[in-house]
Design a protein. Structure first.
Length: 293
C-alpha cells in the first residue's frame, strides 16, 4: 500500500524558517561580508580576502584570551557536572520537600547575568562584602582588583553558584524518568549504592548530560556580562575572555573587518568543540552498550 504524503504541511514551518532567516542567517551573512572587507565608511570599503583571518589567528592578545577561555570552560565543566549530579542525587524525589528544593535550586538561574556580577562585586568587597570582609578577618589579603588568582577563583565560584543548578535540574529530570522496576531489581540483587549509580543511573543520564555539557560549554565559552561587571577584565587582562576582547575590538575600536573575522573564528571554535564533546560522549555510550551486550 502506497503511503500518501501531504507536502502542504511544509507551509506550517514556513514562518519559523522566515524567522530563522531574519534572526540568524542574514546577520551571519552580513558578518561574513564584513570579514573579507576593509570598511572605512558606509561608501568606502576594499576587498581583503583572508587577510583579517590570518591577522586574528596570529594576534598574541587573542591567542592569550583563547587560552584563558579554554581554561575557564574546562574548569567550569570539571566542577559543575559532578557537583550537579551529586546535588540531583541528594534531592528529594517526591512530596513537598521536593517542590521546595526545586524552587530553591532554581533561584540562581532566575537572576539576570549582569545582576549576578553586581551581587558578587558587592559580596567580595573588603569593606561591605561578607566574603571579602570575612577573608580579610581571617588574615587573607583578598582583593580581586589586584590579585589575578583571587579574581579567577571568584569568577569560577560565581559561575558555579549561578549555573550548577542547571546541571542539577537536568540530572534530576533524568533520574525521575528511570522506572522504579530498575531500583526494585537492584534491591533484589542487593546492589550497592555505587553499583546502582554506575549501572542504572549514570547510563540513563547520558542524554541529559550531553545537553547539559553542551549548554554549559557554549555559555561558558561565550561568557561576558558576569566577569565584565565583576572585574572589568582585570587585574590587567587576567580575566579578559574572548567575548570581551571581541566587544572591545568591535565597539571600542570599531575595527569592523577584524572583529567580523574573529567572530566567525569564535563561532567555528564553539561549533567544533561542541561537536567533539557530543561525538566523544555518544561514542562512549555506544562502546559501553556494545561491551555489555
Amino acid at each position: 500500500m502506497n503511503k500518501v504524503y501531504n507536502n502542504r504541511a511544509w507551509w506550517l514551518i514556513l514562518p519559523m524558517l522566515l524567522l530563522v532567516a531574519f534572526s540568524a542567517i542574514i546577520p551571519l551573512m552580513t558578518v561574513v561580508n564584513y570579514s573579507v572587507q576593509d570598511v572605512f565608511d558606509a561608501q568606502t570599503r576594499y576587498f581583503t580576502g583572508t587577510e583579517w583571518f590570518v591577522q586574528m589567528l596570529n594576534d598574541p592578545v587573542l591567542q592569550s584570551a583563547l587560552l584563558r577561555q579554554f581554561a575557564f570552560s574546562l574548569t567550569i565543566l570539571a566542577i559543575e557536572v559532578p557537583l550537579g549530579i551529586g546535588i540531583a542525587l541528594l534531592m528529594p524525589k517526591r512530596g513537598w520537600r521536593a517542590s521546595a528544593v526545586l524552587i530553591l535550586v532554581t533561584l540562581p538561574l532566575l537572576i539576570p547575568w549582569n545582576v549576578v556580577g553586581s551581587i558578587w562585586q558587592l559580596f567580595t568587597r573588603g569593606d561591605i562584602g561578607l566574603m571579602g570582609w570575612g577573608l580579610r578577618e581571617l588574615g587573607y589579603g583578598y582583593n580581586i582588583t589586584s590579585s589575578p588568582l583571587d579574581a579567577w577563583v571568584t569568577i569560577i565560584i560565581m559561575d558555579v553558584w549561578h549555573w550548577t543548578p542547571l546541571i542539577a535540574l537536568l540530572c534530576y529530570s533524568g533520574l525521575r524518568a528511570i522506572p522504579e522496576a530498575y531500583y526494585q531489581a537492584a534491591r533484589i540483587d542487593r546492589a550497592s549504592r555505587w553499583s546502582v549509580f554506575r549501572y542504572i543511573q549514570l547510563p540513563k543520564l547520558t542524554n541529559v548530560l550531553v545537553i547539559g555539557i553542551l549548554l554549559r560549554f557554549m555559555h561558558s565559552f561565550m561568557i561576558y556580562a558576569e566577569p565584565f561587571v565583576l572585574t572589568g577584565g582585570g587585574p590587567g587582562s587576567s580575566t579578559t575572555f574572548l567575548s570581551q576582547s571581541l566587544a572591545i575590538m568591535a565597539t571600542g575600536q570599531f575595527d569592523v573587518g577584524p572583529s567580523a573575522a574573529f567572530s566567525l573564528i569564535y563561532f567555528l571554535i564553539i561549533l567544533l568543540v561542541s561537536w567533539v564533546f557530543y561525538t566523544a560522549i555518544m561514542n562512549m555510550q555506544k562502546d559501553k552498550q556494545s561491551g555489555e551486550a
